[in-house]
Design a protein around this ligand. Structure first.
Ligand SMILES: NC(=O)c1ccc[n+]([C@@H]2O[C@H](COP(=O)([O-])OP(=O)(O)OC[C@H]3O[C@@H](n4cnc5c(N)ncnc54)[C@H](OP(=O)(O)O)[C@@H]3O)[C@@H](O)[C@H]2O)c1
Length: 242
């Protein structure tokens, strides 16, 4: 496993949830870190909190739907040893009943926003670098149509890129299932609690993940220098049953 001392870890989505914890763990492993997100206030809060713990962290607002914004972000973030992206959304509903635009948008954000991130980041990647994307598990095509397409798409894309970018860059995916992160901040508390109870019951390990458990999988894929084109499901076994 490689040490992150002196390495630059760049996290699109490093201002919240999984990405924010990855930023913290990378700093603790000796890396310099650059984080990006859309919301300036969240960005400033993370920069102030994490820099007060020591380590070199900087960040910039970025919008992954916009190639010019990504170009500006990566020019400021510097040469990349490890790139992480948590960009992507979620949706419920099957193929016959959901709005086609919603299915399309969910797939678009999961797959094409991340492809855009990688295309723009590519010239900044160092030899021996890695890219770790965020997929997802749990749910079924008839209950989460666009999300399932997006999760399948992101793994397929990672498998293709793992060969295309080898031997210089490894490409992998972390796939969480429902996890209590700020991703659900706009969902009413009661609904969040009932969804959590549903997953506690469904997940073979009897509970949902902690943000830490998911973040550790990114660190594994960043540090292990012989894993590429793979997905780690951090889902308590839910992908096997539901
Ligand atoms: N949490 C779950 O239950 C769960 C389950 C399965 C899969 N996932 C996947 O995990 C990822 C979400 O991670 P999370 O739960 O840690 O969510 P989160 O707390 O909302 O964090 C998402 C991060 O990504 C940034 N971001 C989102 N869209 C962006 C864009 N277009 N351009 C730039 N930055 C963008 C956000 O920035 P702003 O805050 O500034 O917008 C934020 O920093 C998604 O890919 C989702 O599909 C989550």
């Amino acid at each position: 496993m490689s040490d992150l001392q002196g390495k630059n870890v760049v996290i699109i989505g490093g201002t919240s949830g999984f990405g924010r914890r990855v930023a913290e763990l990378a700093l603790e492993s000796g890396a310099t870190v650059a984080v990006g997100g859309r919301n300036l206030q969240r960005l400033n809060e993370v920069l102030s909190e994490l820099s007060s713990k020591g380590g070199e962290i900087r960040g910039h607002v970025v919008q992954a739907t916009d190639a010019a914004s990504l170009q500006d972000f990566f020019e400021k973030a510097g040469r990349i040893d490890h790139l992480v992206s948590t960009v992507g959304g979620a949706m419920g509903g099957g193929f016959s009943t959901s709005d086609i635009a919603t299915i399309h948008e969910t797939f678009e954000h999961k797959v094409f926003d991340n492809l855009r991130v990688i295309r723009v980041a590519h010239p900044f990647l160092n030899d021996g670098s890695s890219i770790t994307l965020t997929g997802g598990t749990g749910g079924r095509p008839h209950t989460a149509s666009g999300a399932i397409l997006g999760n399948a798409g992101i793994l397929t894309m990672a498998q293709g890129l793992a060969v295309e970018l080898a031997p210089r860059t490894r490409v992998n995916v972390v796939a969480p299932t429902w996890t209590e992160t700020p991703f659900w901040r706009d969902t009413p508390l009661e609904q969040r609690q009932s969804t959590k109870a549903y997953f506690n019951n469904l997940i073979p390990l009897g509970r949902t993940a902690t943000i830490d458990e998911v973040a550790e999988a990114y660190l594994f894929l960043i540090k292990n220098t012989f894993v590429t084109g793979q997905q780690i499901a951090v889902d308590g076994g839910v992908g096997l049953v539901g």
